[in-house]
Write a protein that binds this ligand. Sequence first.
Ligand SMILES: Cc1cc2nc3c(=O)[nH]c(=O)nc-3n(C[C@H](O)[C@H](O)[C@H](O)COP(=O)(O)OP(=O)(O)OC[C@H]3O[C@@H](n4cnc5c(N)ncnc54)[C@H](O)[C@@H]3O)c2cc1C
Length: 642
Amino acid sequence: MANFFKDNDDLQYYFDEGVDWDSLVRITERDFADADGEGFATTEEAVSFYRDIIEMFGEFVAKEIKPYEREIDANGVEFVDGEVVFPERLAGIFDKIEDLHLHSLPIPRELGGMNAPMMVYFMNSELMARADVSAMAHHGFHAGIAMAAIVFSAIEGSSDIDPKTGRIKETRWQHVVSEIASGEAWGCMDITEPGAGSDMAALRTVGEQDADGNWTVTGEKIFITSGHGKYHFVIARTEDVDPDDPMGGLNALSMFLVPAYEEDENGNRKRIVQLSRVEEKLGHHGSATCGLVFDKAPADLVGKRGEGFKYMLTLMNNARVGVGFECLGLSESAYRTALEYAAERASMGKTIDRHEMIAEYLETMKTEIQGVRAMAVTAAFHEEMSQKLALSIRYGDLDDAARAQMERRIKSHQRKARRITPLLKYFAAENAVAHARACLQIHGGNGYTTEYLPEKLLRDALVMPIYEGTSQIQALMAMKDTLGGIIKNPQRFVRRMAQARWRSVSSRNPLERRVAQLQSLSLSAQQQLVLKTAGDKVKALRGKPIAEWTDELTKNWDPKRDFAFAMLHAERLIQLLGDTMIAELLLEQAEKHPERVDVLERHLERAEPKARYLHDQITTTGQRLLDRLSASSPEMTDQAAE
Ligand SMILES: Cc1cc2nc3c(=O)[nH]c(=O)nc-3n(C[C@H](O)[C@H](O)[C@H](O)COP(=O)(O)OP(=O)(O)OC[C@H]3O[C@@H](n4cnc5c(N)ncnc54)[C@H](O)[C@@H]3O)c2cc1C
């Protein structure tokens, strides 16, 4: 019997060795406070349950979804009388998921869920995406939104949580969570508008409050995945834009929860938010991508006015990690489809997997999937730990010392999650496209026909670098955090460079030396970017070593204006950062588990020459284009664009 978990050694490695389950179980089981009731008494007991779930789901997706992925793609979803209608096959799949209670997998036990860590949910997402990404995307908007409702309520202080046991006695959107947990409803995240996607400061939808304090939302949203769902977290403008806002207008946004329709006891639906359209798309056909019109739709303000961006980041960080796992599923499907085909297709006296170039394609796909999985599991771990610890510190009964220690742990997890999440989203998405493309190429002419799977995988993959923040936006985030960190603390950066250089020549472990060389190249490119950036802004700094910079430099930076050179090279930088991060994670694994040396070596063989090339590009190119851009006035550029 096919099983997408049991046939995947790399994923099983993470399950068995690569996840700090003890920390995740303790925080999720609140130090086994429910052991006398339905909870687990030990980490082993909990992990054995998680394994049962994943193994069961691995078989479910292989049997119930994978054989029908072409059918799901061909049928899509329909838009009938202002509502989305799922074809019988897809609806049946979701009914079965509901029967297995898997919509409620990470929802706390006391709210009707299975109380599993998000890590288990994410691993399941990879398995489902390998069967069909569009079905997985829709599935992700069930528990993902319920968890956001729970976390938002806890952050804004509207939950009643027992400080001893961590049990949620009451939470503001309990009805939302119960409906989602039972599979009755699901939700979505409404940010994008016709005139604003990446540029959130340009959003036009408004939130308005009447004299009685009630809120409504008015405006138009587009491209909303599962937008036909009931519960919408909507970002809308509530404040005038302050020209001095260092966040460039983002502080004018607020987050709302808007129910899109009501139903009476007979299931008759009255829409409050109208569905204007369902997009005809290149791929992702089993997922509804909706346009919505909000006309004074009653809404709950989440948190305080002007805090929308903060809440959105919480939601989006999780969603980006989710997309990382989704991309992994697609890449895994592309790799295995290509592997199987190449082992059977003969050319010039041997099967094509024996031809050197094709063998290299296949090995590259495998290596990149393993690298992305290392990042995905690490990002998921730190994201979940930081969020759950942050909740427990809010409600826990802690003395000062315990609180201080907890705060340090939270900061450390937050820092790591923030560093790795854009790298994961970028690499996972770009690789998914590259892997689907390689899969198609390996299929030759067959790959270009609709009779074979690769064209569907490629169509599905192409959206990955676009949604949940485009690849370019991930690159900008990583670049701003990296350079911002150096400018804030130049001395620490200089120390890191010195340490990497020292390890690259002195370490006894040759693999550690190679990883340190990669780090050195990445740091050297960062140094070049920061020296050029700072030198352009503060003439006095030209030619001055970073170690001699003073506090003065940390003031009055405007990333939009001052980082032009770094913005040009942001995508090159993120590739350096990501390859280095993967090497660091794989080195850690190889030091503990010798069987992981092979994947590290495969990764380094690819990352090292690529890093030299990227470093060269960053240090020698770009000025010509920047000069041309600054010589042409914005008006001219606009005219040229027209
Ligand atoms: C299938 C699908 C599902 C989606 N689901 C959702 C959803 O559930 N909820 C939701 O809110 N949205 C959703 N979206 C919208 C998606 O998040 C946006 O399309 C995406 O954020 C990009 O915004 P945009 O389309 O307006 O492109 P733009 O922002 O106009 O970007 C166009 C291009 O310019 C680049 N660009 C923009 N600004 C910069 C910059 N400063 N520097 C360099 N390059 C830049 C972008 O990277 C991109 O390549 C979905 C989209 C699709 C296609």
